[in-house]
Design a protein around this ligand. Structure first.
Ligand code: MN
Length: 283
């Protein structure tokens, strides 16, 4: 309802002054109420199973617990019931995320029910990926230190550990200068997000020069594992490069074979979740 329409609700009165005052209020409401649709809220994609919300909360906790994201960085999931919406926490350190912090956005990153909450300025990374990747239901943006050298040097990130074999398809590097010239390095609008999503293409990971990466997957569990293993792979590749000589990378054929025979993602998830929530069984 138009908030200005409350101006029409005034006490019953009969004096001339009060009638004139009422007329003035009606005229104000007539002018201002047509403006209300401009700030109309984005409709919700529908209710979300609390278990799905909890999965996203746990994803945030795991990524923080494993040092993949610190005060910054974020994880999101596509709305399980509406592909044109996604879910992500309000602007808050991932280690502190609870179910109450999860907000819903449309694919232009407009909030469904903002309620005064602050939002990640880089949420366009997520929305622009969801627009062009119908296969993607989970997105993670990190500043993980391991990947930084491969975004600023001429050495491509390639798989050296079997758990990161998904990198065999190649890891593109996104140059924000090509998309926006001199910026503050943040993907804080849809145009920059779209450029990043185009660089990502059909790949699982893209590096962001001098910043971090964007990691995507078919669900939250897979994207969390990919973010963890991408960082581990980058660190080990840098160590091996420091040893010198040509490296013996995991081949595209080996990578493709592992793509077709995925290992059980639940084992890592259950362990990481227990560690992140400090709920390890007593011995
Ligand atoms: Mn960032």
């Amino acid at each position: 309802m138009c908030p200005w329409s409350q101006m029409l609700v005034i006490p019953h009165s009969h004096s001339r002054e009060e009638k004139m005052f009422r007329l003035a209020r009606v005229m104000v409401a007539m002018v201002l109420c047509p403006l209300a649709p401009a700030v109309a809220q984005t409709p919700s994609g529908g209710p979300v199973d609390p278990a799905a919300i909890e999965e996203l909360v746990v994803a945030n906790r795991i990524l923080a617990d494993r040092g993949i994201i610190d005060a910054y960085g974020h994880a999101s999931m596509r709305h399980p019931g509406n592909p044109n919406r996604y879910l992500m926490a309000r602007a808050i350190a991932p280690a502190l995320v609870t179910a109450a912090d999860i907000m819903e956005f449309d694919l232009d990153s407009n909030p469904v029910d903002r309620r005064g909450r602050s939002m990640f300025v880089e949420r366009f990374i997520h929305s622009e990926v969801y627009k062009v990747r119908p296969d993607v239901n989970g997105v993670v943006h990190t500043h993980s230190m391991g990947v930084i050298p491969f975004g600023i040097s001429q050495v491509p990130l390639r798989p050296v550990i079997h758990t990161a074999s998904f990198l065999h398809v190649g890891v593109p590097v996104w140059e924000i200068r090509e998309a926006g010239g001199v910026t503050n390095m943040l993907v804080n609008n849809a145009a920059l997000g779209k450029s990043l999503a185009l660089t990502l293409g059909s790949k699982p990971v893209a590096l962001m020069r001098g910043h971090g990466n964007v990691v995507v997957g078919p669900n939250v569990r897979v994207v969390v594992a990919r973010a963890v293993f991408t960082d581990e792979n980058a660190r080990m590749q840098a160590v091996a490069l420091a040893l010198g000589g040509p490296l013996n990378y995991i081949s595209p054929e080996e990578g493709a074979k592992r793509d077709s025979e995925p290992s059980d993602p639940a084992r890592a998830w259950d362990l990481w979740k227990a560690q992140a929530l400090k709920k390890l069984p007593a011995n």
